[in-house]
Design a protein around this ligand. Sequence first.
Ligand SMILES: *[C@@H]1O[C@H](CO)[C@@H](O)[C@H](O)[C@H]1NC(C)=O
Ligand SMILES: *[C@@H]1O[C@H](CO)[C@@H](O)[C@H](O)[C@H]1NC(C)=O
Ligand SMILES: *[C@@H]1O[C@H](CO)[C@@H](O)[C@H](O)[C@H]1NC(C)=O
Length: 415
Amino acid sequence: MVDAGKMHRWPLFMALTAVSALRCVVAEQCISKGTAGPMIITASCTDPLFNTPIIALEADRFDPVPHRLVSGHWNGTSVDFNIYLPLKNQWENRFFQSVYPTQNSTALPEVIAFGAASGAYTVQVAGQLGYRADAATAKFAKTVAREYYDDTGSSRIYGYIYGGSGGSYQTIGAAENTHGVWDGASAIVQAIPGSVPLNLCARALGNLILRKNAIQIEAALRPGGSGDPFLELGQAGRAVLKEVTNLGVPLQAWEDFLEPANSENTLAIFEPAIKEADPTYADDFWTKPGYLGNDPSELGSLFRAALVDIFATIERVEYDSENLPTTLFLDKIPSELTAGFEFTLYDDTGKMAIGNLGGVLSSEDNSLALSPVSNTTIARAISQGRKVRIDNRWHLSVLSYHRHQLPTRSGFYGF
Ligand SMILES: *[C@@H]1O[C@H](CO)[C@@H](O)[C@H](O)[C@H]1NC(C)=O
Ligand SMILES: *[C@@H]1O[C@H](CO)[C@@H](O)[C@H](O)[C@H]1NC(C)=O
Ligand SMILES: *[C@@H]1O[C@H](CO)[C@@H](O)[C@H](O)[C@H]1NC(C)=O
């Protein structure tokens, strides 16, 4: 609810820079939809989080095209922004604003040039979750633009927000929850609730089961091929290709097999979050009914065949100048260096785990090139005779993580 006694003044940038007319717009505070709903941003309300823009710099710049740069941040936040205003004779009353959760406030040169060539100024805000900082800056930038272009406020300024992937969520959120801030919104590479990590899990499952048939699958999908990649597969392969297709990977994408299949590096980024959310999942996967690791099916046997879980003995250790271990030479390593190995240091008996190691195996000299070992307890415990457990139990289990999720609403027909 709006507290009538809490009318906020819009402290325009002249509060600090003391330029231009001292005009104050009395604005109501923006309010949420319902008690816990998203904040609805209108053209005239003030967002309580982003209510005081502070200008740090106004300067004329010439790269990549001549423009006026206005840089600032929102008081009491770490959110900064840049506004790039092309020359007056280039401006056609519009602006563009790209959004992405991890972007910084510096627009790429081509983005600024694209805006100028299209009669638009460019607004860029440091990445946030949501659309509120972007909306506040879009509104503030209109004031800045009117000042710069000596526009009295009579003509409308048309704004366009766009973003891909994580930015697609922000773009849709902006379109749904703002009025009179932007006039158009374009979501690119639309993300969905299954995008991460489940899309990556499904693609890695496709890789594990289908890669031995990659050449036939590609040939079937290429011009002149049969068009039906299922024909080339056994029962487990057919089931997995159908599962992965239902989860959203376009069938035709497998024409270039590695494109969809190669998700393991990105999946590795999300594995720690899965472990934290679901610490017993890998044990469940390999021991409980209903999970592929313990399933009597052909697919289950393919998982068990891919399982690596060995104890190697450290034969020699190489150290750097600060006496930190850098490379372990082992008595054995897995015969096939697939993705997703984890390394755990054990005592000499292989009974007691000491700590986790990171690194890359090489089959040339049976070595494990260690990631920097910052934990001194672990660094000191590394020595000849100790064991290193090398396993992919977690990684393999995660490839069917989507099978154990319950969507909270309808529409997820692949689950
Ligand atoms: C910025 O916020 C601080 C802390 O609330 C306040 O003291 C200061 O006056 C604000 N600056 C402006 C320009 O409003
Ligand atoms: C902002 O992000 C771009 C693109 O990632 C990067 O090239 C640039 O160095 C970053 N600028 C600052 C000031 O961090
Ligand atoms: C170092 O590793 C040991 C064994 O995993 C762990 O108990 C300890 O908390 C770690 N220390 C730090 C500072 O992370």
